[in-house]
Design a protein around this ligand. Structure first.
Ligand SMILES: Nc1ncnc2c1ncn2[C@@H]1O[C@H](COP(=O)(O)OP(=O)(O)OP(=O)(O)O)[C@@H](O)[C@H]1O
Length: 258
């Protein structure tokens, strides 16, 4: 990281240990960024690494529900302890701190960015190999502040196959480039659907533009994920850790960070 960027980075809680930080971002909402964050953390934890999820999607925090987590945080002299999932993934989210998770968060951007920064400075993250940040959607003020405040080692961009999204994903890729943070891969979510009756692949949102984008921006790793109702059900029931999605293409890129 260059000296200019370093001066804005906030100090991690001195009791915490976090080796690598991966931000999962999308150019716009509704592409399944939280789903991909969850899938990456589950797959990486299954591969034997100690993982954490920092839920920075403050206005739509869906990570705790996908693991069936309720308010189980507590505070000691080391800081606020994150909640652990059944397989031991450490999770911190605003929804674990508020009394009523369905209350809307009516905060200005600066307050949201402050909250996320506090998840870095005040939470006690215990021996984390890979922390995944579920970023707020888009390329606006809040994601920008988070990228400037936290030492992100790499970015995974999530997209969906509509034509319109191509332009928006380019915005996300360019934002990463401008900040000089490497793009570890692009995940095209809901890329296709396999019909359970005829077993044919259907491209319900249209043809993919993933390869063109990756070629244009020299991004080596990309992955297309199907829309699979079995996985929606696992998430809805709070059993994300039972999903089996092959994320190897992106995991291998993450594992290459020095
Ligand atoms: N590939 C997929 N297969 C099955 N279900 C999916 C898939 N991607 C997302 N979903 C489901 O769709 C719903 C919305 O996904 P998610 O919460 O990740 O996205 P979002 O909040 O709308 O978008 P984002 O996180 O990009 O702002 C969730 O119930 C999730 O489980």
């Amino acid at each position: 990281m260059d000296a200019f960027r370093k001066q804005f980075i906030k100090e991690l809680n001195p009791h915490s240990k976090v080796k690598k930080v991966i931000a999962v971002m999308s150019g716009k909402g509704g592409v399944g960024k939280s789903f991909v964050t969850t899938s990456l953390a589950v797959a990486m934890q299954r591969a034997g690494y100690r993982c954490a999820i920092l839920d920075a999607d403050i206005t739509g925090p869906s990570i705790p529900a996908s693991f069936g987590l309720n308010n189980q945080t507590y505070k000691t002299d080391k800081g606020i302890h994150p909640t652990r999932t059944k397989t031991g993934i450490q999770v911190m989210s605003l929804n674990l701190l508020v009394e009523n998770p369905s209350d809307p968060v009516l905060w200005r951007g600066s307050l949201i960015a402050d909250m996320v920064t506090q998840f870095w400075t005040d939470v006690y993250w215990e021996d984390v190999d890979y922390m995944f940040i579920d970023m707020p959607p888009g390329t606006g003020d809040v994601p920008l502040t988070i990228f400037q405040s936290l030492p992100v080692d790499g970015i995974v961009v999530v997209t969906s196959p509509q034509d319109l999204v191509t332009m928006i994903v380019e915005k996300a890729v360019k934002m990463a480039e401008n900040m000089d943070i490497p793009i570890l891969g692009i995940v095209e979510n809901m890329s296709y659907f396999i019909c359970p009756d005829c077993h044919k692949k259907h491209y319900i949102f249209g043809q993919s533009h993933l390869e063109e984008i990756c070629k244009q921006y020299h991004i080596e790793h990309h992955l297309s994920l199907p829309l699979d109702s079995k996985n929606t059900q696992y998430i809805d029931k709070g059993k994300a850790e039972l999903m089996s999605i092959n994320m190897d293409e992106i995991l291998s890129s993450i594992l290459q960070i020095d």
